[in-house]
Design a protein around this ligand. Sequence first.
Ligand code: COA
Length: 393
Amino acid sequence: ARPRVTRTGPAGIGRFVRAAHLALVRELRVRVVGDEVDEHFEEAKNKLSSLKEDPGNDVKLKIYALFKQATHGPCDTPKPGMLDFINKAKWDSWKSLGSMTQEEARQRYCDLIGSLVAAEGGAAAQAPARSSAGGRTYDSLLVSTQDDITTIVLNRPAKKNAITTQMYEEIIEALQHAARDHSVVTVFTGAGDFYCSGNDLSNFTKIPEGGAEQMAKAGGELLRRYVKAFIDFPKPLVAVVNGPAVGISVTVMGMFDLVYATESATFHTPFSQLGQSPEGCSSYTFPRIMGLGKANEMLLFNKKLTAFQACQLGLVTEVFPDSSFHAEVWSRLKNYAKLPPNSLALSKQLIRSVEKERLHAVNDAEVDRLIERWMSDECFNAVMSFFQAKAKL
Ligand code: COA
């Protein structure tokens, strides 16, 4: 059974965190008057006070910063002194938003609160921020269609959007749905500060009655279908990489048509560290995209790339400043989505058609290798080490 993981901090930190939380919540509840504050923003503010779980200091600072940016504009107050820890952290967070527009900040505020509410089981509460996709709601994703763009948001920010077994199934379904809906472009992104931390390692700790072999084979079949959904996706697919990306969220990038990254995003595929081997067709696409040596540094030797390095190597299409990432990327995508849909889809299919059969073969070979790896002592020990290290914190 998975060891019970608890997290405690030194005495006093809890009080500090609670005090900071109360101060932030008090500030966030301040009533905002002004015509420019839209209805969704008001709804999001009300939802914030209904959160049952503390989202953690990082997220609270982000909420604070977006709120200030939305209601006041870019940070223009003097920097607090070094020893004024709480106000300094809040100021830093607000300042980091740079010249983001108030409209963009309001939208991101609504998205963030919506994802937190959804993570607590109230997914339906997110709906007003964006229209829903065909009425289907997902437990671990936020899926919506607007401006001819279907957006699939990985929505487990508390776990850095690690992909559970159920999430793999939901993503496959969301991709199949997006392939058929009226949208022109499909976008993949993450809620919170991470794009995705890859496969949820606790998937390995839920051993069924049939034992590790049954688990590995079932996992392999799921992975095969997951990667297949990307290989076969018929419309332009764009990754909007809003933060660090790990494992399978990186390896499938070779099958995206565009990868736009914020400058603080990183790209990491620590397979050998985990006793595993590459998936997502990366054993084929990475050497093709970046050359053998650079691909080996990532896939064999766990090298983590910055967004700029990944862009230089061709894995990322373009890098944007953190402060203007969302505004720039979304305005660009909205323009792309105005192009003739059939021309876009048929052109994408043409570009990919030469490789499709090969990608399916690569996917099969990678899955077979991984099924064997997942049953190995190397993999078992690496996964146990991850959770033991967490338990010690
Ligand atoms: N599987 C399961 N849980 C994960 C996870 C993953 N891939 N990535 C993050 N989490 C969980 C953590 O266990 C933690 O849970 P807790 O709050 O219950 O302890 C929570 O998400 C937050 O992660 P944490 O490690 O505290 O955040 P961090 O910013 O210090 O580090 C990562 C983030 C992603 C660098 C780190 O969690 C990590 O290395 N995860 C494993 C990534 C990985 O190896 N993926 C598979 C690749 S093949």
